[in-house]
Design a protein around this ligand. Structure first.
Ligand code: ADP
Ligand code: MG
Length: 689
């Protein structure tokens, strides 16, 4: 009897009992369909023998040879070295973990078949801990197809997964695994052929395209996966938009006094985006809006205006930022702006003292505080709002989608769903935005406030540090301020703080006339705030800092920034850091110090930074160079979790995938739902609501 594989449990496969099913479940595999869509992450070629004179370092290959010798090598890391030869060519198999009797496996003259990765070792080409077995001349080759390597888990090895996938493939028919894309969308490969190809590529399949995910069969699956993601995003959007939100008056009496208090007037772009936001807020559907704008474009003011609408409509606003420093800065700004208008602003952070925190919580719950600013602490269960009507999230790329939704849930106590405003300072390339924020409407503040002079960027080898210190001195003597940013990549906050401390001491010695301050992530919030305030008030000339100042810090008189180890930072991060200068009307400079010699990647990054200050362009480049996980931050797990699709490689297919998703949703909702189940079995089910 033929079953639909989307509803057939893996328990129906031969050899799958409760224990194995539980392991499969860990990989997100419950049904036979899930298993079929558990796609290889790589391939090995055991379909042919590679002659010993054709070995390429870095490749995993199957070879044969005769044991020439086998000896124990003593020393710091003892190993067993087996010399394998074929004609006058040789290869050393090296075993660091071995047992004394293992030598008996390798008598001289024995023919072995070996599979492993070719490396360069002390004796020339070597393989470490290869698979090996005794063989005879002319023994048939083990595999007729390339061997897939699947994402695996503890206690569930490749051969077992392969065997299960083979069983599953044997069950596939057009009835048991229906085609979900409309006819004509993928003429070259049917779903069945594509799956067969991807799981069991014939031995002569060109390897390069396959390993790069560019084989037409993979591209066909990638397209289907992108479409599935788009449907899922649209479902989430519909789900949220089907809820009721508080309609906030289009005009707010708070706006005029708020704007009068600012020392500037809005730019055209700010005004336009505010209008868009105000339109959204006036509706009974929750706003879902992403405001993008380059560093320094003035997003905070737009956020504050949105808060004006919420407050005058009788609702609370929660403003969340990813780092303590940024949240603090928002808090101080909002407090300054709103307390003069008689509106209480509360502060919530994980690092806050117990008593302080309790007071804030009470103010939020009683409704005394109309605006709450904070970090992740705002998500916590103990935080209860009286009437949450607007959620503003700054620097969204550092939060996951789930967190965004979690905060929204806090408003549901009122029976209404809060409006959501998301702001990002890292401009997001279109393809990424379509995937990460496909459920949001987008506004772009595409104009910087007037009188900004673009930052001039230079890259200097750190051998010229002396000159740079002189430049800092000259800059400060003219009454301007400077940042000196110490960075370490992949190091702990502790090490970074130590590096900053060391640099601080060194610079203090070399610049005795200047007033120096130091901030890093290990300081207490109050200490950090005190130093930042001194810098802001011009009581310090030079601020030595770690990347904690990456976002949000706003000191217009600072016109010089030195960034150490710049070659190791991502472009977006450099752009964020650089955005701390060039905020006033003086000409500003950014000096990227690097450690020579520069790698090709390092060189490319620095060249891009020198040649443009356009955040969107930089983000595109960053995406190309580093991939979406890095650009958006690893917390965007949903994105990094694509099975075949790759946003950089396949980004060009996104518009078509989105179009198809919309079409399916409208014309064939059941198919659309089946598509989501197929590719995102773990995604929450919105369609049921
Ligand atoms: P970002 O978009 O990076 O969050 P901010 O909101 O921090 O930018 O604004 C950067 C700086 O520009 C702040 O000092 C802010 O007061 C100032 N600013 C914002 N809007 C304007 C404007 N229309 N004219 C002049 N300065 C402005
Ligand atoms: Mg900002």
């Amino acid at each position: 009897m033929m079953q639909v594989l989307a509803q057939t449990s893996v328990m129906n496969l031969k050899g799958v009992g409760a224990a194995l099913a539980e392991k499969l479940e860990r990989l997100g595999i419950r049904t036979v369909q899930d298993l079929l869509f558990h796609l290889p992450r790589d391939y090995e070629d055991r379909s042919r023998l590679t002659p010993l004179d054709r070995l390429e370092v870095g490749r995993s290959v199957l070879v044969e040879g005769i044991v020439h010798s086998c000896e124990e090598v003593r020393g710091r890391r003892p190993s067993l070295a087996v010399r394998l030869t074929e004609g006058n060519r040789g290869l050393t198999l090296r075993f660091y973990h071995f047992y004394p009797q293992q030598k008996a496996h390798f008598p001289a003259g024995q023919r072995l078949r070996v599979f492993g990765e070719v490396r360069l070792g002390s004796s020339g080409v070597e393989m470490y801990h290869p698979e090996y077995k005794i063989t005879r001349p002319g023994e048939p080759l083990p595999e007729a197809t390339l061997t897939p390597l699947y994402p695996a888990t503890d206690g569930l090895q490749q051969p077992k997964i392969r065997q299960l996938v083979s069983q599953a493939l044997a069950l596939v028919t057009p009835q048991s695994l229906p085609e979900l894309l409309p006819p004509g969308v993928s003429p070259r490969f049917s779903l069945l052929d594509a799956l067969q190809m991807v799981h069991r590529p014939p031995a002569d399949t060109p390897r390069e395209p396959l390993l790069m995910g560019l084989h037409p069969a993979q591209q066909r699956l990638a397209f289907e996966e992108l479409a599935a993601h788009q449907v899922s995003l649209a479902q989430r959007r519909h789900h949220i938009r089907s809820q009721q939100a508080p309609a906030l008056p289009r005009q707010t009496p708070l706006a005029a006094p708020f704007l009068q208090g600012l020392p500037f007037s809005l730019t055209g772009a700010q005004q336009r985006v505010w209008d868009e936001v105000a339109d959204d807020l006036a509706k009974t559907r929750p706003m879902l809006r992403l405001v993008q704008g380059d560093v320094g474009a003035g997003k905070t003011v737009v956020a504050a205006l949105a808060a004006c609408h919420a407050v005058s409509g009788g609702w609370q606003t929660a403003l969340m930022a990813p780092t303590e420093i940024l949240a603090e800065q928002h808090f101080l700004n909002f407090k300054r702006w709103f307390e003069s208008l008689g509106i209480a602003v509360a502060w919530l952070s994980g690092k806050q003292g117990v008593k302080d925190r309790r007071q804030s919580l009470e103010k939020v719950q009683s409704g005394e505080a109309r605006i709450v600013v904070g970090t992740h602490a705002l998500f916590q269960e103990s935080v209860q709002f009286e009437r949450l009507g607007l959620v503003i999230i700054d620097e969204q790329h550092r939060f996951g989608v789930d967190q965004r939704l979690a905060l929204r849930e806090k408003g549901l106590a009122t029976g209404l769903s809060p409006h959501q405003l998301v702001m990002t300072a890292t401009p997001i390339p279109r393809t990424l935005a379509m995937s990460a924020y496909g459920d949001l409407d987008t506004s772009i503040i595409d104009e910087l406030p007037p009188n900004r002079t673009p930052v001039t960027t230079v890259a200097l080898a750190n051998t010229r540090r002396e000159e740079v210190v002189e430049r800092v001195r000259a800059n400060c003597e003219q009454g301007r301020q400077a940042y000196w940013v110490c960075t370490l990549i992949d190091e702990s906050e502790v090490l970074e703080a130590q590096a900053a401390e060391a640099t601080f001491l060194e610079l203090q010695e070399r610049l005795p006339q200047q007033r120096l301050g130091l901030v890093h992530g290990r300081l207490k919030p109050a200490e950090k705030q005190a130093v930042m305030l001194e810098f802001k008030e011009g009581k310090l000339d030079l601020l030595v800092a770690t990347t904690v100042i990456e976002v949000g810090v706003d000191v217009p008189n600072a016109s010089l920034m030195i960034i150490e180890n710049a070659e190791r930072l991502g472009l977006s991060q450099l752009h964020q850091l650089r955005g701390r200068v060039g905020r006033g009307s003086t000409v500003s400079y950014c000096v990227l110090l690097y450690k020579p010699p520069l790698s090709a990647m390092g060189q490319e990054r620095l060249t891009i930074m020198r040649s443009t200050t356009d955040g969107f362009l930089i983000a595109e480049k960053d995406l190309e160079l580093r991939g979406p996980g890095e650009v958006l931050g690893t917390r965007q797990t949903g994105l990094v979790g694509f099975r075949v699709a790759d946003l950089v490689r396949d980004g060009a297919m996104l518009p078509a995938a989105q179009k198809l998703a919309r079409q399916l949703e409208q014309q064939a909702p059941e198919q659309a739902e089946a598509l989501v189940r197929r590719w995102l079995p773990q995604a929450p089910r919105y369609s049921a609501v």
